[in-house]
Ligand binder design. Structure first.
Ligand code: GDP
Ligand code: GDP
Length: 447
């Protein structure tokens, strides 16, 4: 398999070749104080704390005469960025953001290649203000490095890792990390909803203790398990909140405890299943737990348990769906499933849905796609102009996955009405298929 590629871009003299040398570990490129000195080599094999990739120093493509460069990027640099898995965009942190940096940023934002922004020459905190300024360029969290002194290398590693990891043949998740790791799944719900029964059923062995005895202690709250899905076995780490509750030895504060259970479970979980007792329906307490799970940024599935003894099934299901639509308006499309922990009905669908939801929750959208979306959205429905001054939306980028988190830059965005923010979030949800997962959107005004 071909190695992933990183293209180092930036205006002349920011330290591209110095960084290239550090990454490749040999004095392959010439470094000179004068900007735009011709380089003899432009590509090499990089090793960054064990992360191996191909690195391209686009300084080699720069014009001999720096005066002809400003205002346009050379075709070879563009091609290198388009073919790369990530662009490492360097600015000179001591000099701060220059107009040419802004121009390069504008171009990079229109491309689909993910961008890692680094403020170089940051040794001895010399680049602090440059680093702050660079937020305005509109990329993910910028990092401070010193190519010459080898500082910030761990941050650089962290930032590049998501784009360079290639586990399996198709790492759909740019974040990589846990894509093939066990699905961390928590089952929460009010007492007697059937959590222990469900977990037992999934494990098909009595590894959990069900029953009325209070105070049964358990050693572990996480159970490693394998789900036999349609594509073969997949690892699952089940988080057992029923066990936590029983461990707490308290039976008279049940209402409070189930909320506390949910709180602890979400610390561990990627996907949370909220189990409801179908014979009791949806109550305010359930909505509170659901809301809390989403607030914490976790993916949520709601399962109506005891379906084997539920009456008027179709009107019951419709009723719960409608109540969820109202009660959980912040994350439309949360999956609702009917299951029976006792008979095993619907449990394969449940675990399959949880895996799918984790993929959605981990998905990354490119900056190019996002900005095309933003342009469209603002054209169809322009943001308002409070006090006669129009709010300008400049650009948007996905800062994080798990949950999908976006940063929107613009002027006067602090005055953007909640309804407009919802319009954007719902638009992204539809456009990029983020159904059933919480979406975070932060607004920022460039300094
Ligand atoms: P390029 O034109 O972007 O490839 O930049 P170079 O790698 O040729 O570096 C330009 C100048 O910046 C050289 O004088 C380097 O020694 C200097 N430089 C590069 N990295 C650093 C750094 O981390 N700190 C400081 N203080 N100077 C640096
Ligand atoms: P927990 O407190 O949420 O862990 O709930 P338990 O698993 O202890 O179950 C509470 C009661 O509901 C027990 O009597 C279970 O046998 C019963 N129960 C659990 N799941 C089902 C189900 O799918 N159908 C029926 N009919 N009863 C169930």
């Amino acid at each position: 398999m071909a190695k992933p590629t990183v293209a180092i871009v930036g205006r002349p003299n920011v330290g591209k070749s110095t960084l290239f040398n550090r990454l490749v570990g040999k004095k392959l490129a010439l470094v000179d104080d004068r900007p735009g000195v011709t380089r003899d080599r432009r590509e090499g094999d990089a090793d960054l704390l064990g992360l191996q990739f191909r690195v391209i120093d686009t300084a080699g493509y720069e014009d001999e005469d720096p005066d002809t460069l400003p205002g346009r990027m050379r075709a070879q640099t563009m091609a290198a960025v388009r073919e790369a898995d990530a662009a490492l965009f360097l600015i000179d942190g001591r000099a701060g953001v220059t107009p040419l940096d802004e121009e390069i940023a504008r171009w990079l934002r229109s491309e689909d290649t993910p961008v890692v922004l680094a403020a170089n020459k940051a040794e001895g905190r010399a680049a602090e203000s440059g680093l702050l300024e660079s937020y305005a360029l509109g990329f993910d969290e910028p990092i401070a490095i010193s190519a010459e002194h080898g500082e910030g290398i761990a941050d650089l590693f962290q930032s590049l890792l998501p784009y360079l990891e290639r586990e399996g043949d198709e790492a759909e998740d740019a974040e990589g990390e846990d894509e093939n790791g066990p699905l961390k799944l928590a089952i929460v719900g009010r007492p007697n909803a059937g959590k222990s029964t469900l977990i037992n059923r999934l494990l098909e062995q009595e590894r959990l203790i069900t029953g009325p005895e209070a105070g049964i202690t358990r050693d572990s709250i996480a159970i490693e398990w394998e789900w036999l899905g349609p594509d073969g076995p997949r690892p699952v780490r089940l988080i057992d909140t029923a066990g936590m509750r029983k461990k707490a030895r308290v039976q008279d504060k049940l209402e409070k405890l189930s909320v506390a259970d949910a709180r602890r479970a979400v610390d561990f979980a990627e996907v949370v299943v909220l189990l409801l007792d179908a014979t009791l329906g949806l109550e305010l307490q359930d909505l509170k737990i659901a809301d809390q799970v989403l607030q914490e940024g976790r993916a949520l599935i709601i399962a109506l348990n005891k379906w084997d003894v539920a009456e008027n099934q179709s009107s019951l299901f419709q009723g719960v769906r409608a109540a969820l639509g109202e009660g959980l308006a912040q994350a439309p499309g949360v999956p609702l499933l009917a299951v029976s922990a006792r008979t095993g009905k619907g449990l394969d669908t449940l675990v399959g849905a949880a895996f799918e939801l984790r993929d959605t929750w981990s998905r990354r959208v490119t900056t190019g796609q996002l900005n095309r979306f933003l342009e469209d959205a603002a054209e169809k429905n322009p943001p308002p102009a409070p006090g006669g001054k129009r709010i300008k939306l400049r650009y948007i980028t996905q800062a994080k996955t798990r949950p999908p988190s976006f940063v929107l830059f613009g002027t006067r965005v602090d005055q953007l009405p909640e309804s407009y923010r919802r319009y954007l979030v719902n638009g992204m949800r539809k456009k990029f298929d983020f159904h059933g997962v919480p979406i975070r959107l932060t607004l920022r005004a460039p300094q």
